[in-house]
Structures are given as structure tokens and as C-alpha cells.
Design a protein. Structure first.
Length: 411
């Protein structure tokens, strides 16, 4: 994520340990002395769930914690809201140390700060969809007339408007998971904790739910801690990824950093079969958008710029703010010059000017770059860069070399 250091830390996990068994502090001391999870289990029968995990989650960020089965990811998320009691370490949410709260304080922060969505739908079969969504507000003592509008809005947010009077048995798996998400959203939590929330769904429904959550996050701007064992899901959902092995954090980074600069051989093996074009976006492969023509330029000026740069066409922008206006070909500029035209505005075409946002996945850009360059623009349609096939291939090659060098350095 860009400039995360400038954002507020929502969750701070510091030196977190979770050990299962009697006198678990023994295992913490052994871990600090360099013993492995397997060595500790063999010697003490203590099972290490989380081993000295530390990382921050920024406000409005989606952090995906992933790893293989037994890596400690689900244990970690349960320590965040103390569904499991940490053995050692701290979990700080909005400057409040959750590990120091008494049961009443913990109950209150769970109700108002956290929303949790599990792999199992955990719906009450005898309650309607709306009643299921209302449950969190009901146990807070919110009156029906106040909680109903909030829950109807939550159902609308997840695409289930009009389904409030149905029962869970009437719903598909994806719809049931939407109800679970709506129930979490209804209490308006600051933080969503999602533990393998989509893992039980069929692949197509799972993809739909991922897309729904991404779109929802754009609208509601929650902080999300998302647990998965699926790398493709992590790459798609995460602003940053926390990769775990044997209870320990082995690497933290953006999807691109995880793919192109793996911390060790374990990470390299984990990501070796991933198509990097799924992760790279337009901003990663664009080049500087020069030269450009300005609306005030004449056709001869535009032709001169194209000739100097060896181009057969040029993007046209407003000089004041570089807002993209369109594209002019050398052929049209030459014809306008021949007829004594003074300006290029009326020969500038917006229709033939392919544009993509900064976060457009590279994979979807390939079909667009067979002809003219593709313009990369921000939300205000300001030209930020251009993409040609050569710049894409160069970026892919460079990142492939970075990954190879990283693996050799860690060998």
C-alpha cells in the first residue's frame, strides 16, 4: 500500500505468542532461545500456535494473513479479539491494549469495535435473514425500531435487499455468507475479522464474494484482517500480506513485494507458480508520458514533437493540469498542416484514446496495447503515464530478475 507510514495504526500486534498446554511460558522461553516448534512439541508436549508475531494494520487497510494449515493464522486472528487468550505479547486497538481488558471491557469492545465473519455461516436456522442480521444489535440492547433500519441497510450493502423475511434454508451458500457479512456490518464495527470467510464456497461464488468485498471496502472503508490459505485470494484481496510459517511471521509486504522479493526459499517456493501479471498494475509498468501535445499547439508543433520522439501519434493534454483530452495521429496532423490549420483541438480524438486507471491489472491491459499506446490516468483524468508493449515486457523482465536474485541471495 502506498504511504502506509502516513496512516493511523488501527491494530498493533507486538511480540504475540500463543502456546497450547500446561505452563505455556516454558515454550515461549524456548522459542526465544531458538528452539523450533517441532522441538518444543517433542520435548514438552506444548503446541506453538503463534510465535513472536509483530505487525501493524493501518486504518482502512486490508491485511491478509496467510499460510499453510498449521501456520498459526487462525490462532492469531482469534488472539486479536481474545477468543483465544494470548500467552504473551500485546494487541493494541486504537491505543487500547486488548490483552489488559477485564471481561466486561472485552465484551464491550467486541460488540462495538469488531465484526467477525467465519468460514462456517453460523446462522440461526429458526431466525429470518433480518433477525440473524439483527442479532449483534439485539444483544447490545438496541430497540427493534432502531436496529431494523441499520440491518436493512447492511443487507442492501451486501446485495440482499428484499431477502430479510426469508430463512437461511432458502439461501445459497454465497447468500448465507453475505448474511454473515451483513450481520458483522450491522454493528458498524471499525474492524472486520474474516477467518477463511470464503473458503467453503464454490469457486465461482467465492470469486463473486471476493469482488463484492473489494467493492464494499471501497464504499465503507473498514479495516480488515483477512485470513486465508489461498495465495490467489491473498494477492487479490490484500493491500499487504503477512505470510506465516510454524506460527511465525516470515514476510510482510505488498503482493508485488511478496512475489518479486521473497524473503527466503520458503516464500519463493510458496509463490513460484503465480502469474505475476495478476499482481502488477498499470502504475508498475507505465513510463513517463512525454512528449505530449497541448491543446494550444498547432499541427506542425505536434508533428515536430512526434518526429523528434519517433512516434506516429501523440497524446493531447491541457497545459494547466495535464488533463487528458485525446490523441492525434501523425497522419491527421500532417493533413491539418497541409490545409493551414492553426490548432489541433478539432483533430484530437478521444474515441481512439485507450485509457486505464493506475490500479488496472496488467493482465487485462495486454489486449489493448497491440496498436497505439495506452494512457494511464488518475481519477481526475490527469495523464500519469503511458504503456506500450515494450514497457510491459521490460517491467516483467526486471521483476523476474529481482525475484531470481532474491532467491539466490537466500539460498
Amino acid at each position: 500500500m502506498d504511504q502506509t507510514h502516513q496512516r493511523k495504526v488501527k491494530i498493533r500486534i507486538q511480540n504475540l505468542y500463543k502456546v497450547f498446554g500446561r505452563n505455556p511460558q516454558r515454550a515461549v522461553e524456548m522459542l526465544r532461545a531458538g528452539k523450533t516448534k517441532d522441538e518444543i512439541l517433542k520435548k514438552t508436549k506444548l503446541a506453538v500456535g503463534v510465535a513472536d508475531a509483530s505487525f501493524d494494520v493501518y486504518e482502512g487497510e486490508t491485511v491478509v494473513v496467510m499460510g499453510l494449515s498449521g501456520s498459526g493464522k487462525s490462532t492469531l486472528i482469534r488472539c486479536v479479539n481474545r477468543l483465544m487468550e494470548p500467552t504473551s505479547g500485546t494487541v493494541i486497538v486504537d491505543d487500547v491494549d486488548v490483552t489488559e481488558l477485564n471481561q466486561d471491557e472485552l465484551r464491550e469492545i467486541r460488540r462495538r469495535k469488531f465484526g467477525m465473519v467465519f468460514q462456517s455461516f453460523a446462522l440461526f436456522p429458526h431466525k429470518t435473514v433480518l433477525e440473524n442480521v439483527e442479532f449483534g444489535l439485539e444483544i447490545q440492547g438496541i430497540s427493534p425500531d432502531k436496529r431494523r433500519p441499520k440491518c436493512e441497510e447492511a443487507l442492501r450493502q451486501v446485495g440482499l435487499e428484499g431477502w430479510g423475511d426469508y430463512y437461511p434454508d432458502n439461501l445459497s451458500g454465497g447468500m448465507k455468507q453475505r448474511v454473515g457479512l451483513a450481520r458483522a456490518l450491522a454493528v458498524d464495527p471499525d474492524v472486520l475479522l474474516m477467518d477463511e470467510a470464503f473458503s467453503a464456497l464454490d469457486p465461482l461464488i467465492r470469486t463473486d464474494m471476493q469482488d463484492e468485498l473489494i467493492a464494499l471496502e471501497e464504499r465503507v472503508q473498514k479495516t480488515i484482517l483477512f485470513i486465508t490459505h489461498d495465495l490467489d485470494e491473498a494477492l487479490k484481496m490484500g493491500d499487504r500480506i503477512v505470510l506465516m510459517k510454524d506460527g511465525a511471521v516470515v514476510q510482510i509486504g505488498t503482493p508485488e513485494e511478496i512475489l518479486t522479493r521473497p524473503a527466503d526459499r520458503y516464500v519463493s517456493k510458496f509463490v513460484e507458480n503465480v502469474d505475476i501479471t495478476k499482481v502488477l498494475v498499470a502504475a508498475d509498468v507505465m513510463k513517463k508520458p512525454t512528449p505530449v501535445a497541448f491543446v494550444k499547439d498547432g499541427p506542425r508543433t505536434a508533428l515536430h514533437k512526434m518526429k523528434e520522439a519517433g512516434m506516429s501519434g501523440i497524446f493531447v493534454v491541457r497545459a494547466s493540469n495535464w488533463e487528458l483530452v485525446g490523441h492525434v495521429t501523425a497522419e491527421r496532423a500532417a493533413e491539418a498542416a497541409k490545409h493551414g490549420e492553426r490548432w489541433i483541438d478539432h483533430i484530437t480524438s478521444a474515441n481512439e484514446c485507450a485509457t486505464v486507471p493506475l490500479d488496472q491489472p496488467v493482465r487485462s491491459i495486454f489486449p489493448m496495447i497491440s496498436g497505439n499506446p495506452v494512457a494511464v490516468v488518475d481519477q481526475a483524468n490527469v495523464l500519469k503515464g503511458v504503456i506500450v508493449r515494450g514497457s510491459v515486457m521490460a517491467a516483467l523482465s526486471e521483476r523476474g530478475e529481482d525475484a531470481q536474485q532474491g532467491e539466490e541471495a537466500n539460498a
